[in-house]
Design a protein around this ligand. Structure first.
Ligand SMILES: [Zn+2]
Length: 287
């Protein structure tokens, strides 16, 4: 099976901070049924080389096309995917990040515009694949990494659904993260309080006013009537909508809670309805 390549791939990137890992993550192990005899052009997939609704199984799994089940669920290595590019150090906190090149082009334009207005946008996380999100999720699930700095989830939440919901306040299940897609970035700080005043407020105000001009949207806005379910608010997390909206639509039609597997705690996906409540529980302006 061609899953082996992503299973073996060591993540070379990802957040190093212990602050909440953006609602950014998730994964599914069961691929969609498809016709295995179909031969597919394995040249670099792109938006102009659209895949069928359900991808065939015999393409190179290091470069799943958009949309496809492997791409959606982060089961590929962005370090070798031909559509991914490294983010220049001048835009980051010093860690290495990768993005889909179309997201990156848009980000560079947005960064320049912000800079001209006296605002510095600093990337503090970008693409994380299934393997990386599995590390983050399982460390929280098994209590090796404390929730919100204080709670061992395995002790405080013995019930799987309760434990999953607690982790899902800020971290995604592997296979269900928008950070799999190369479309989503975390900017400047991973605490909402940073954006409440001073430099952080200036950054957030700039993004909410101008992000849309460059295709960026905040998917995890404040909870309320317009967004009753899903992750808590994340003022740092921004999506490049021209790509991400397509993947959100693909998830709505192809991702099934019962298919989510391959990590500790995956059994909770069905009871908490992770697709409806979390993957699709986003700011409607980002659809
Ligand atoms: Zn994020």
């Amino acid at each position: 099976m061609k899953y082996l390549s992503w299973l073996l791939a060591l993540p070379l990137f990802g957040c190093t901070v212990d602050a909440p890992q953006g609602a950014d993550a998730g994964a599914v192990e069961v691929r969609k049924s498809s016709v295995s005899s179909v031969t597919r052009d394995t040249t670099a997939p792109s938006l102009t080389n659209l895949a069928p609704a359900i991808a065939p199984t015999n393409y190179d799994s290091t470069r799943p096309p958009i949309p496809s089940y492997e791409y959606l669920t982060g089961k590929f290595d962005p370090a070798v995917h031909p559509d991914f590019v490294p983010v220049a150090a001048e835009y980051t906190d010093g860690d290495p990040y990768l993005l889909h090149r179309e997201t990156y082009v848009a980000f560079e334009k947005m960064h320049a515009a912000a800079k001209a207005d006296g605002v510095t946008l600093t990337m503090v996380s970008a693409t994380r694949n299934f393997a990386r999100q599995k590390q983050i999720w399982e460390a929280k699930w098994n209590g090796q990494r404390l929730l919100e700095g204080t709670q061992k989830a395995d002790v405080v939440y013995p019930d799987p659904a309760d434990r999953a919901r607690a982790i899902l306040r800020y971290s995604s299940m592997p296979g269900t993260s928008r950070h799999h897609w190369g479309t989503d970035i975390d900017l400047n700080d991973l605490e909402n309080s940073y954006f409440a005043s001073g430099t952080g407020k200036k950054v957030y105000d700039w993004l909410t006013t101008n992000g849309v001009t460059y295709g960026f949207c905040q998917p995890y806005t404040a909870k309320g009537d317009g967004r009753p379910n899903g992750y808590e608010e994340e003022k740092w997390h921004w999506s490049y909508v021209p790509l991400a909206a397509r993947l959100t639509d693909y998830a709505a039609s192809q991702l099934k809670d019962a298919d989510i597997s391959g990590f500790d705690g995956a059994e909770a996906a069905v009871s908490i309805r992770v697709l409806e409540n979390y993957v699709l529980g986003i700011n409607r302006a980002c659809r």
